[in-house]
Design a protein around this ligand. Structure first.
Ligand code: BG6
Length: 368
């Protein structure tokens, strides 16, 4: 079943272009999002005034990315909560709250219990799920299936990018329902989304280079990941992958937080992955992140930058630059995460570890 691949994870990483393409397929027509999937919410969607996204692990980072995009497009307040924390905060829920759960398996007990809590509290529920007929999907008012295909490796990869694609489709649809985005901006966003599969193919070509890097770094004791805005969840995901697969202490930080604490961790030789926003970023975050790089470089950090192709500003300060194709700011994470997935997999492989079945982890956690 692995085909010619060394692991399911290697296969699933390579399947990411199709995972996104299949999730988008049939859902974009004439510059509009078409989601018959939402029939169960049809009457309530226009009246929703708040969204709470719940998920665990990698799915929760997809949720964070959903928040940036959906808030921007649909102008609706969104909070993202870990499923297992959700109930205990006595969340304020009402019939005009939409609780969006994200789960590859659709069986994660923590997320299922959170969905049940939301239903009992009278909120509306939508699930983003990769498994047809899963329990969470059945419990929810509506489900948008990601069509990533079965994901076997414990650490999630292709399901993650498919979840982002599904959330973005939902966000663009909701923006149309709410009348918050111009037809032109919708068209542009859909164009960006549709171009992701081809760009993912290009990112996958960096594999050999990352393999070399991972081999070279296989005795690392700790690795830090920095990102800002949508690069922040990517940093968190890069760190999670490295913990899960290579058992290396790894932390992701919001780059702006660096001076508020984490910079104390920087000592000579400390490897730091930095997810660099595009120099074309409308929020001008590029310059701020480059200045973060300079700060930690001055303290001896080894900088591994994930940056847009042709970003010359990063070159003088980075030990390694992994280029990603040009994409709109909200779409960069779909590309920037891939080198980090490959890095974790290759480093685990270099350490002789089982990348499909990391110790102590299960693919689907069906206990609370
Ligand atoms: C964890 C897995 O236990 O569950 C992660 O190790 C996954 O890879 C998380 O992201 C959530 O799983 P699911 O099926 O709810 O998306």
């Amino acid at each position: 079943e692995k085909g010619g691949w060394s692991s399911f994870m290697a296969k699933e990483i390579s399947e990411q272009p199709e995972a996104v393409a299949n999730t988008l397929r049939t859902r974009i027509h004439d510059d509009h999002v078409v989601l018959p999937d939402l029939a169960g919410l049809e009457d309530s969607l226009a009246g929703i005034d708040r969204i709470v996204i719940i998920a665990c692990g990698t799915a929760s980072y997809a949720g964070m990315l959903g928040k940036y995009a959906i808030e921007k497009w649909a102008r609706i307040p969104i909070e993202v909560q870990l499923s297992h924390e959700f109930r205990y905060s006595e969340p304020v829920l009402s019939p005009t709250t939409l609780v969006v759960s994200i789960s590859q398996s659709g069986e994660t007990m923590d997320t299922l219990m959170a969905v049940k809590y939301a239903i009992e509290a009278g909120a509306k529920t939508l699930s983003i799920c990769n498994t047809q007929g899963a329990t969470i999907a059945r419990e929810s008012d509506a489900v948008i299936y990601t069509h990533a295909g079965p994901e076997v490796a414990v650490a999630s990869t292709k399901a993650f990018v498919a979840q982002i694609a599904a959330l973005y489709l939902f966000g663009l649809h909701l923006a149309e329902v709410r009348g918050t985005l111009s037809a032109e901006a919708t068209k542009e966003a859909l164009g960006e989304l549709s171009s992701i599969p081809g760009k993912l193919e290009q990112v996958l070509l960096t594999k050999e280079r990352i393999q070399e890097l991972a081999k070279w770094m296989s005795d690392s004791r700790a690795v830090l990941f920095l990102g800002r805005h949508v690069g922040y969840p990517v940093a968190l995901e890069g760190a999670l992958k490295l913990k899960e697969l290579a058992y290396i202490h790894a932390e992701g930080f919001a780059a702006g937080e660096l001076k508020h604490g984490p910079i104390a961790l920087i000592e000579p030789g400390q490897p730091v992955f930095v997810v660099v926003p595009s120099p074309r970023d409308p929020n001008s975050l590029h310059a701020k992140v480059v200045s973060n790089i300079q700060e930690i470089r001055a303290r001896g950090a080894r900088i591994l930058a994930i940056a847009e192709q042709g970003d010359a500003a990063v070159l003088p300060f980075a030990d390694e630059v992994i280029p990603i194709p040009l994409a709109g700011a909200l779409f960069e994470p779909l590309l920037a995460v891939v080198p980090l997935q490959i890095f974790a997999m290759e480093l685990a492989t270099a350490k002789g570890l089982d990348v499909d079945q990391p110790r102590n982890l299960a693919k689907s956690v069906t206990v609370e």
